[in-house]
Structure formats: structure tokens, C-alpha cells
Ligand binder design. Structure first.
Ligand SMILES: Cc1ncc(COP(=O)(O)O)c(C=O)c1O
Length: 398
């Protein structure tokens, strides 16, 4: 039922919604919330036009794999559509335990817990373990879910410059006292595509007795042996206390995980509000992730294709003289430096049938306004050629 119009004049919060500048701009330029009408892998249809998806996080390209689709279908038939409850009460199923055991074994960790969203997993990796009086040392470019976790924890926060172990060391040394310490980083930074300088960062954390949390949402499936992630890539499993991540990227599902020692995961199950008061991961999503995990281990061609596409794509962008912020991974930003240039470039790509996403300050540091792209194992050679033509066209529009 529509609210009577005079209500909005009396309620400051409704007035705030009506007058919000960012919302007005979003509705005027319509850069976000495009509803895709049809999809077959990296081919999508938007407003009846065929386009190439170049901003999905489906790194291994498994979201349309017939075995993954079938696993999701079978799980719904067996378990229904939802657990309609949280894990400590009526929401736990044997398939949760199976997925947790498989993820823990894959990552070489003692235990794991899965949630209905990666956001919940990563937020609770901080919020559950840090508390008032502790100090969290946070990379300046962390994902929003980790900042939310820090805020919820009520711990003191100390920022260090992005991916800079020397600065972390300095900031650590400048903080006195014996309060418990935590260091929070991403394995692969989602916006920049940078690989965390984990060996040096883990050493600083270790020297100060700090609990080390790595959000590997974009390293899982992409780095390390068979895609075991950033921690495996550097062989640092014994130096990292928690690895959290998402099932919505390489594992072609939705949901998230936290992995660590038995003690840490049992502590999370007792104390994490995001775990205790949120409905459990749905059957189809758990089954899809489990099947994608199995495929990623048994069919290495997806991993290989991801990296050969990444090399081709990066070389093409660098050949055009575009700034990719030294991305080393399939998450590749195109830095254009101002919101106007980003908008022109994005629009030109859309015109040429390439779907990307704009990211502008304050979501990125000032002057780093960018187009966020990600390449997948599923992009065909022909699609990569069409993308190259579209990039050259967009460049001319600046
Ligand atoms: C670094 C990072 N952590 C966590 C998340 C949250 O994952 P999900 O989208 O599965 O909730 C994301 C997703 O964008 C991410 O990029």
C-alpha cells in the first residue's frame, strides 16, 4: 500500500531518501542494477541485445557446467529449497558438514564453517574474534565486509598503506601496550587484482603475536595448487590463523566460508552473531559449490584456461596503453582517473556489447576511478577478440 504523501514531509528519514544526491545521480545515469534478461555463460542479453559479460567473478567458468547445474537440481529435489533456519537451531544438515569437511581438507585446515553469504563469513571472521580493547591493523583498501566486521567488533583500528608490509611494521611499532592484535588483509585485492605481500605481512604479524585473517574471496580457485588460494601459493598455511572467502566466485554458487583450527571454528559457532542468527546455506548452493570444488580438482583445464585467458587479456590491455594498476590476476581494473572518463569509457564498451562495472571514488581511492573487469575461463577466443575491438573503440572516445 502506498504511504500518504504528507507522511514524507514529517519524517526526516524519508526526506533523506528523497533528497539523496547519490541516489539521484544513480537513477539519472543508470550505471548499476542492470537486469540481465538471459544468460548462457559469458553471453548475456540486456534489453534484447546480445553482450559479453566482462565483470563476473565466475573465474573458472563453472556456473553453467552441466554437472554443477545437475548437482543443484538434485539437492533441491532431495532437501527442498531452503533449511528455513539457522545452524544452531533447525538449519544444520549433513550436506553442510560434508562441504565443510571438503573445504577444510582442500585448504589444509583443521575445520571450516559455511554461511549463506561470503559477506557474512568475512565480516564474522573479524567481528567474532576481535573485541573492544583489541587493535585491528587493516590494509587501507579492504573490502567493505571486513570494515563492517571491524566496526562491529568495537576494536580500535589502525590502517596501514595498501599492501605495504614496511608501513604495517611501522604502524605496529608505534602502537604500545599489550592489547591483543589482529591483522586483516585480502589474499587478492578484489578491485585492484593485487596479490597480497603475504610472506612479509605474516612475518610482521608473527613478530607481534598478531592473529592473521586473510580474506581470499578472489584468490580461492585462482592461485595456489589447483586453486587452493593465496596462502597455499606462498606455502604459509602455518602462519595464517583464519582464511575466509566466498563461494560466489570460483565456486560458481553463493555463500561463504571461514576456515581455521578446530578451536577457532568452534569459538565462531558459539560467538558469531552472523552464524547464530542467520539462516543456513541453501541446499542447491551448497551442492553447486561442492560439485565445482570437485571439478576444480579433477579437471585442471579450467584453471589452465583461466590463466591463459588472463595472460592474453592483460597483454591486450597493456598493448593499448591502458593502466591496469599492476594487476597480476584475472581481476583486472582499467584505471581512468576521473568519473567523467570512466563514464565515457564504460558507455562506449556498453555500446560495443561489452558489459563492465564502473567503480568511482570514494569506492576507490581518489584519482583511481576505474572500470572493474574480470576475465573467466569461459571467455572464448572470439569473445576476447571482440573485447579487444571494443576497448580500442572506447579508448578513442576519451
Ligand atoms: C574480498 C571480498 N570479500 C568478500 C566478499 C563477499 O562475498 P559474497 O559476494 O559472496 O557475499 C566479496 C564480494 O564481493 C569480496 O570481493
Amino acid at each position: 500500500m502506498a504511504l500518504p504523501f504528507f507522511h514524507s514531509d514529517k519524517k526526516p528519514i524519508l526526506a533523506r531518501c528523497r533528497d539523496d544526491h547519490a541516489t539521484k545521480m544513480r537513477l539519472r545515469y543508470a550505471p548499476y542494477y542492470h537486469a540481465i534478461g538471459q544468460q548462457a555463460g559469458t553471453s548475456i542479453q540486456l534489453d534484447g541485445r546480445e553482450m559479453i559479460m566482462l565483470s563476473s567473478n565466475d573465474y573458472l567458468g563453472l556456473s553453467f557446467h552441466p554437472k554443477v547445474i545437475e548437482a543443484g537440481r538434485e539437492a533441491v529435489a532431495k532437501w527442498g529449497t531452503s533449511t528455513t533456519g539457522a545452524r544452531p537451531s533447525n538449519g544444520s544438515r549433513t550436506y553442510h558438514l560434508e562441504l565443510e569437511e571438503k573445504l577444510a581438507a582442500f585448504l589444509g585446515r583443521e575445520a571450516c564453517h559455511v554461511h549463506a553469504a561470503g559477506y557474512l563469513s568475512c565480516m564474522s571472521s573479524i567481528a567474532t574474534f576481535a573485541q573492544k580493547g583489541d587493535v585491528v591493523f587493516a590494509d587501507k583498501n579492504l573490502h567493505s565486509c571486513l570494515w563492517d566486521g571491524i566496526r562491529l567488533s568495537m576494536a580500535t583500528v589502525e590502517r596501514f598503506s595498501h599492501n605495504n608490509p614496511a608501513d604495517l611494521k611501522e604502524v605496529m611499532a608505534s602502537v604500545g601496550g599489550s592489547a591483543p592484535r589482529m591483522v586483516a588483509v585480502e589474499g587478492v585485492y578484489s578491485m585492484e587484482g593485487h596479490i597480497c605481500r603475504l610472506p612479509e605481512i605474516a612475518k610482521v604479524a608473527d613478530d607481534h603475536g598478531a592473529f592473521l585473517v586473510v580474506d581470499d574471496a578472489h584468490g580461492f580457485g585462482v592461485l595456489g595448487r589447483q586453486g587452493r588460494g593465496t596462502v597455499d601459493h606462498f606455502g604459509l598455511n602455518d602462519k595464517v590463523d583464519l582464511i575466509c572467502g566466498s563461494l560466489s566466485k570460483s565456486l560458481a554458487s553463493t555463500g561463504g566460508f571461514v576456515s581455521g583450527t578446530h578451536e577457532a571454528i568452534e569459538y565462531l559457532r558459539t560467538n558469531s552473531k552472523q552464524t547464530i542468527f542467520s539462516a543456513a546455506l541453501a541446499p542447491s548452493q551448497a551442492a553447486a559449490a561442492m560439485k565445482a570444488l570437485e571439478i576444480s580438482q579433477n579437471e585442471p583445464e579450467y584453471f589452465e584456461r583461466l590463466w591463459s585467458n588472463t595472460r592474453k587479456y592483460r597483454a591486450m590491455l597493456l598493448g593499448l596503453g591502458l593502466d591496469i594498476w599492476e594487476s597480476e590476476t584475472p581481476a583486472v581494473p582499467i584505471v581512468l582517473g576521473s568519473r567523467e572518463r570512466v563514464y565515457l569509457f564504460w558507455k562506449a564498451l556498453m555500446e560495443k556489447g561489452v558489459f563492465t562495472v564502473m567503480s568511482i571514488a570514494p569506492a576507490v581511492p581518489p584519482g583511481k576511478d576505474l572500470i572493474r573487469t574480470a576475465v573467466s575461463a569461459m571467455h572464448s577466443d572470439e569473445q576476447l577478440e571482440r573485447i579487444a575491438e571494443a576497448m580500442a573503440y572506447a579508448l578513442k572516445k576519451l
